[in-house]
Ligand binder design. Sequence first.
Ligand code: Y12
Ligand code: CO
Length: 175
Amino acid sequence: MNLNIVEYPDKKLKEKSLKVELFNEELHTLLDGMYNVMINSNGIGLAAIQVAHAKRVLILSIPDEEGEQNREDLIEMINPLITKKSGESVYQEGCLSVPSFYEDIVRYESISVNYQDRDGNTQKIEADGLLSIAIQHEMDHLEGILFIDRLSYSRRKKFEKEYKRMQKEKKSSKI
Ligand code: Y12
Ligand code: CO
């Protein structure tokens, strides 16, 4: 499967993703393709809409204590739903769809999530720390929300200016 990362300001990223009903080979091919794209791009999380598939699918590969991303630790979430949330934490987030930009975002500290795995089995996870933040970031993508949508008016204005400048520089360096 040939997958490419969709980058802001592409309107595709604003789409609300649809519930997955079929846990078939097509879904497994998408999940495997997403894993390759995420790892090759140095990412730790990716939602299907970031590779132009509007499905409620996300993957997470949180580095271990040695900073290694192990395939066995990969979490695949289909149709995730937050059932419990508490506390507050701030983390400097980044997103493969908004390259080279990082900002502090407030999220819930701890969450419980019900989801389905690639075979349609129901799973439950309790998360805090980086995993909790990453799940919330990726679940936002399923609603068409980017982390930059959570910035204050003034920080968002600053971002738009910087991002436009960076895109111009990128374009001119390609010529
Ligand atoms: C905490 C906060 C946000 C998440 C969501 C997942 N985000 C990522 O995986 C972001 C990855 C990323 C990778 C980049 O590439 C390199 O570092 C080489 C990057 O830099 C550029 O695009 C130049 C930006 C973001 C999970 C947990
Ligand atoms: Co993202």
